[in-house]
Design a protein. Sequence first.
Length: 251
Amino acid sequence: MKPNFSILFISAIFALTLFSCKKDVSTIDMGYNYFPDQVGRYVIYDVDSTYYDDFFTPTKVTNYKFQIKEKIQSVFTDNQNRPTLRLERYVKHYDSIVPYSAMSWTLRDVWMENKTTTTAEKVEENVRFVRLIFPVIKNKTWNANAQNTNDERDFSYEFVDVPLSIGNNSFGMVLETLYDDGGGILTSREYRTEKYARGVGLIYHQEIVVQSQPSPTATTLQQQTFFATPIMQRITSGYQFTWTINSYGTE
């Protein structure tokens, strides 16, 4: 019997396609190294924060500067039988006379981190947040509060694997996550963003969570003028801060 070359050809194409698909699936870059989990890894951040207290009239504005060092101290098994990172956080408070290099680190608190096949989670002050999801894909979205009882907050990947310089550090591949309420609410503003570098982790973090209310005794004209002013120029309560990477390494 002569071979049916049409059937053989189609079978060969199918086999090659199947092999190609299997190869593509097995080589997908999930982006796990955006969230390093090696014991001894640390990052030092310069923190600049502003707090707005409406208990005072006019609103009291207070600025704080300090350094934070986050170090993966050890790995343990949590109550879900998962490997969990113990993240020790140290602080140095800004002093206009004494440089940070002359200060000693003081343990501030201990957080925890879990990296699963699909998420990177961070427990901050006993509240668990989903900081990243895998694979890292531009425009992909997720609820950062999926593991806690807070209101839903959908983050998205704004960019992935982009070279970026922050401060005195340059990174070859960086991603950005973003939550932005759009600024359309006249009485509040919420904006949160983080940037991560491959092999380093978090390199930049910014939060703006502020409210803006006119005086209860304001006239109609005063209220109109108040709301016609951009909200970031008339904050009455809330906070904003930035963490900027200073240095990183292993010890």
